[in-house]
Design a protein around this ligand. Structure first.
Ligand code: FE2
Length: 247
């Protein structure tokens, strides 16, 4: 069984289109989205329509929660300068799209044919805002994953790809489709974007299991045209991020 995992699209449909073309070429049995579908980028409706078309099983991210309940955005750890983008996104989504987001699940489990169990979430199985990094202390991991029986865990939220084996457990992070960071957002140092989209394909076949952490380059100029024609409050941020970009 081959599963495509995408996360943290953040309204960047240009990056999502490139990733979906790569997934199409790879061939997957199922597509699972780990949340943060919208807010920040210029095309939230296009993103949600694509997820519907692909029949993606989608997990709720902290930005999705904040779009549904913007008055609670501090609780969902939305950085202050991103709040206008959050309201812009909400204002550009019809009721039908808000209902679609409200139906996202908290987690998704997968049982592979050989008995291997996988659990997918946004931040951690406990909370959408938990950060799981290569450097997260073991005590913190034990707390976040307490009582879980899966041996493969996959999340998003950090916007940085990761593959970390800990004992019999494998922790994966798909990275971000629409907003991949150079470094995880810690110590309040503002993140910088890299020039590509990230996602993962996970496969169990016979007696083997593997995780393919993929990188897809997308048309940044096309994205910036979309940012330019939108009235997105954070448009300047996107232009700054990709100034002098090169692959
Ligand atoms: Fe995110």
């Amino acid at each position: 069984m081959r599963i495509g995992f995408i996360s943290d699209i953040h309204g960047n449909f240009t990056a999502l289109e490139a990733v979906l073309a790569d997934i199409q070429a790879q061939g997957v049995d199922q597509l699972i989205c780990l949340g943060d579908t919208v807010s920040l980028g210029p095309q939230p409706r296009h993103v949600l329509n694509a997820l519907r078309e692909w029949n993606a099983a989608t997990i709720m991210g902290n930005h999705d929660q904040a779009v549904l309940e913007p008055q609670r955005c501090a609780e969902f750890e939305i950085t202050e300068h991103l709040i206008p983008d959050l309201y812009w996104t909400r204002d550009h989504l019809p009721e039908e799209d808000l209902r679609y987001i409200a139906a996202f699940s908290a987690t998704q489990s997968v049982q592979f044919e050989n008995g291997l169990q996988l659990l997918a979430y946004h931040g951690s199985p406990k909370k959408t805002t938990h950060l799981v990094l290569a450097t997260t202390p073991v005590e913190t991991l034990n707390d976040y994953f307490e009582g879980q029986s899966a041996s493969i865990f996959i999340g998003g939220h950090s916007h940085v790809q990761m593959q970390r084996r800990h004992g019999n457990t494998l922790f994966l992070n798909t990275g971000s489709v629409g907003n991949a960071f150079q470094f995880a957002y810690t110590n309040n140092i503002p993140p910088r974007l890299v020039n590509w989209a990230e996602y993962a394909v996970v496969e169990q076949s016979g007696n083997s299991f593997h995780a393919d952490m993929r990188r897809v380059y997308f048309d940044i100029e096309k994205l910036l045209v979309q940012v330019g024609v939108s009235d997105l409050p954070g448009a300047e941020w996107w232009f700054r991020q990709y100034k002098n970009h090169s692959a």
